[in-house]
Design a protein around this ligand. Sequence first.
Ligand SMILES: C[S@@+](CC[C@H](N)C(=O)[O-])C[C@H]1O[C@@H](n2cnc3c(N)ncnc32)[C@H](O)[C@@H]1O
Length: 303
Amino acid sequence: MDEPCSHVPVLVEQVRELLAVRPGEVVVDATVGLGGHAAVLAEGLGERGLLIGLEVDPANLEVCRRRLADLSCRVELVQENFAELPAILASLGVEQVDVIFADLGVCSAQLEDGARGFSFLHDGALDMRMDPRLTTTAADLVNRLKERELANLLFYNAQEYSSRRIARRICEVRREGRITSTRRLGEIVASALGVDPKSRKEKIHPATKTFQALRIAVNDEIRCLERLLEFAPDLLRSGGRFGVISFHSIEDKPVKLDFRKRKGEGLYRIETKRPIVADEAERKANPRSRSAKLRVAVRLPEG
Ligand SMILES: C[S@@+](CC[C@H](N)C(=O)[O-])C[C@H]1O[C@@H](n2cnc3c(N)ncnc32)[C@H](O)[C@@H]1O
C-alpha cells in the first residue's frame, strides 16, 4: 500500500554498520518515525530479537506499524516520549538493552503537512506539536511570551543573532491581532530583517531559525534529549551501542559533551571520533542529509 507521505532515512549504511545489531538482541529506536531506520536495525535481530519503537506522533506511528507488520522479531511500538524510556522499558519487563538509537527532530512527513504548522513553506496553523497531547502550541508562545522571553528563546534555541529585532517586530504586529499562521510569521520575520525571502540572493529562508527555535521550545526537545543522555548508561548492557543523529548544533553539542563526559567516567568508548556525515551522493539525493551528524558510543563494562 502506498503511504501518503515519504521520509528518506539518513546515514542508513553507517547506522547499520556502527550499531551492528546481532540476533536475539533488544533494540530501542527512540524516534521510530515512519520505521525506515527501524526496519534496517531489525534485519539483524532474527526471530528471538525485540525491537522497541517509541514515537510521540500517532500519525507517524500508524504508518510505522503497517510498515513493520511483517518483521519476524517481536515488535513493541509505543506512543511515548523517549524522555520516559526507563518507565516504558519497565512496563515491558525489559531491564537493559543492546542498542539505543535516536534520529532527532521532525521527519519530512511532518514538515510537509501544512496543518502541523512546522514549516513556512506550507501555510497552516502555527502549531508545531509533534505530540498532539501537548497543550502549548507555537502560536501560544508567539502571542503570549514577553518580548525579552521571545528574544531569548530565539537566541538560545537557534542561535538567531537577530533575535531582538525579530521579537520586537512580533510584539508590534501582535498588538494588532493574534498571529496564527505559519505564512504570517514567516512574513513578519522577513520584514523584521528587511529581507525578501523570494529574492534569489537568499539561500536560506530568513525565518528558518525562528521556526527551529519555536519547534524546539514547543516540544521541549533539548530537555528530553538531556534526559535520554542521562539515563542511557544505566539502560545499556555492557557492549551496548548508543547512536544519535542530530541535525543542528543545539542538538549535537549536548550529545558530544555527554559522550566525552561518560568516556572520562570510564562508561563509554566513543566510536565516532568525529561525527559521521553524509557523503556527496547522499547529500545530492537527500538534501535533509546535509546537516545530519551521527555519533556512536559503546557502553563499557562497570569498573
Ligand atoms: C527524524 S524523524 C525519525 C525518522 C525515522 N528514523 C525513520 O527512519 O522513519 C524523528 C521522529 O521522532 C519523533 N520524535 C521527536 N522527538 C521525540 C521524542 N522525544 N520521543 C519520541 N519521539 C520523538 C518525531 O515525531 C519524528 O517522527
